[in-house]
Design a protein around this ligand. Structure first.
Ligand code: FAD
Length: 492
């Protein structure tokens, strides 16, 4: 059925209605035809399987929501150089055709989903490691490089990354630049976005700009976390650290969730916190394949042998008298990869909907109780990102029949709505968190809207989400209406 529909929509696209932004397009060949002419046929695909794959991200939408909020792209472009990416974007800008940048497609909020069709720019061919600057302790890589590949290359040279997302087996450098920036290592080294040295970005005009530091016309903060709204990130320079002398990872099977959260808080408050901590509950622990049924506390620490030894001793002391056992036989990277593949397994039959929020210490306990006490509680992950803030992710797994998928999505949105009422901030925007954009951007909303209007005057970059939520036809869904639906969904 999907294939038939794509053929139909492509036919309509040819006669000019699909894949265009509402303001109408310039005359001449369609953007995909012009891109084919300029970059060569092997850089662009309109194979139905490619178009279908580019239509969704890690969390497919239930059919009727996909009908409302996504449209198959007309083509998938795979540039091999930044210049080619810039040419593809500027061609689309000239033709008023929408552009959706795509990395590994591992986010689940609809950020990489083409709401208005158009052209998907798949960055995964832009994957070269360009330079390791040992004197400055920095690496420059192309944006489509996969995290684990970069880590492997760096570790071969005695270096590593300070932080990466736990989806690093499949997600790209540019994808994390464009989304959250909190992950494994950020508890120890801080948010990734704040540490980026510079970015190269293909603006909609086709200009390739280099950003560095705060201030200036185009700063890193104009693009980091912007989910492809301002342009396509093509190259990233960020700090690296010496590969650690020692790594250790621990698991503590817990009697209850509250106990884990309390331990988490104490470990995050240490003067030298570990690399990564997570309390996994509600089946989330099972995804790691470690044989845990109940909640589990997972910890990774790395650095000099003295630092790892010191931390291990402190952890043992903390657990003294609690009756809890410490399992120290883990390979944490393998655990993360296992979880990613666990979530991917059986995706033909089963799907997932998730919500993630950043919450302060006061809201953490009430939010966790609120969500876990409800019927059909989620797989829950609580990861401190600094001393005061915890990233809470709730994943609702379901079969793929229409109502099940809708129910899971509704519960995930209701979870985010409840967290916002408790003072939390949604993590990531995509389609589903667009109604909270002002909470997410805080005081930066006006400035970022101004930059958006300046660099993307035709609104071709990843439309239908982020600054406002619209349907595939461009009909705007008011934030208050979407939020009211999410609240109602929470009552169901
Ligand atoms: C098991 C699992 C673990 C995860 N762990 C973490 C974690 O620890 N921390 C975390 O933050 N997230 C995590 N995520 C979510 C997701 O993996 C991250 O957000 C990841 O960084 C997305 O990268 P990607 O390459 O897959 O981007 P995609 O999903 O392809 O795209 C995400 C968004 O960024 C835009 N984009 C992608 N590349 C570019 C580019 N080059 N230029 C401009 N815009 C671009 C897209 O348009 C889209 O809006 C996890 C997900 C899963 C399934």
């Amino acid at each position: 059925m999907g294939r038939k529909r794509i053929h139909f929509e492509r036919r309509v696209a040819r006669i000019g209605f699909m894949g265009r932004v509402a303001r109408g397009g310039a005359r001449g060949p369609d953007a995909p035809d012009e891109i084919r002419h300029r970059l060569g046929g092997e850089k662009i695909s309109n194979d139905p399987d490619d178009l279908d794959a580019a239509r969704s991200d890690f969390a497919p939408m239930p059919g009727f929501l996909a009908d409302l909020f996504s449209r198959p792209p007309a083509a998938v472009v795979r540039p091999a150089t930044a210049r080619e990416a810039a040419e593809a974007v500027s061609t689309c800008f000239g033709r008023r055709t929408t552009v959706v940048p795509r990395g590994g497609g591992t986010s689940g909020l609809g950020g990489a989903v083409p709401v208005r069709g158009g052209v998907v720019i798949d960055l995964t061919r832009l994957s070269r490691l360009i330079d390791i600057d040992e004197a400055k302790g920095a690496v420059t890589v192309e944006a489509g490089a996969v995290w684990d590949d970069v880590v492997l290359s760096l570790e071969h040279e005695g270096w590593t990354v300070p932080a990466c997302p736990t989806s690093g087996a499949a997600s790209t450098i540019g994808g994390w630049v464009s989304t959250g920036g909190y992950g494994a290592g950020t508890l120890e080294h801080g948010n990734f976005h704040a540490r980026i040295v510079s970015l190269e970005v293909a603006l909609p005009s086709g200009l390739l700009v280099e950003t560095s530091g705060p201030g200036g016309r185009y700063s890193v903060s104009s693009f980091a976390g912007m989910e492809g709204q301002m342009g396509v990130v093509t190259r990233v320079t960020f700090p690296i650290v010496r590969a650690p002398e020692k790594r250790a990872a621990f698991a503590v099977a817990l009697a209850g969730l509250a106990e884990g959260i309390s331990l988490c808080g104490r470990l995050a408050a240490l003067e030298e916190p570990p690399h990564w901590i997570e309390v996994a509950a509600g089946g989330a622990a099972g995804l790691y394949g470690g044989g845990w049924d109940g909640p589990v506390l997972l910890i990774a620490v790395e650095g000099t042998a003295a630092r790892v030894g010191g931390f291990t001793a402190r952890l043992k002391k903390l657990l003294e008298g609690t009756g809890l056992d410490l399992d120290s036989s883990l390979d944490v990277r393998r655990l993360w990869a296992r979880k990613l593949s666990g979530l991917r397994e059986g995706r033909e039959e089963r799907s997932i909907a998730s919500g993630a929020v950043l919450v302060g210490a006061e809201a953490l306990g009430p939010l966790v109780s609120h969500i876990m006490e409800r019927r059909g509680g989620p797989m829950l992950e609580c990861r401190p990102v600094d001393r005061a803030t915890t990233l809470v992710t709730a994943r609702f797994r379901t079969d793929r029949e229409r109502l099940g998928l809708f129910g899971a999505l509704a519960r995930a949105r209701a979870f985010v709505a409840a967290a916002v009422r408790m003072g939390g901030v949604p993590y990531g925007v995509g389609l589903w968190n667009s109604p909270y954009i002002d909470v997410i951007l805080g005081g930066r909303g006006e400035e970022l809207r101004r930059i958006k209007a300046e660099v993307d005057s035709f609104g071709i970059m990843n439309p239908g989400k982020f600054f406002s939520m619209t349907t595939r036809w461009g009909l705007r869904v008011p934030g208050w209406a979407a939020r009211a639906c999410f609240r109602l969904a929470g009552l169901s």
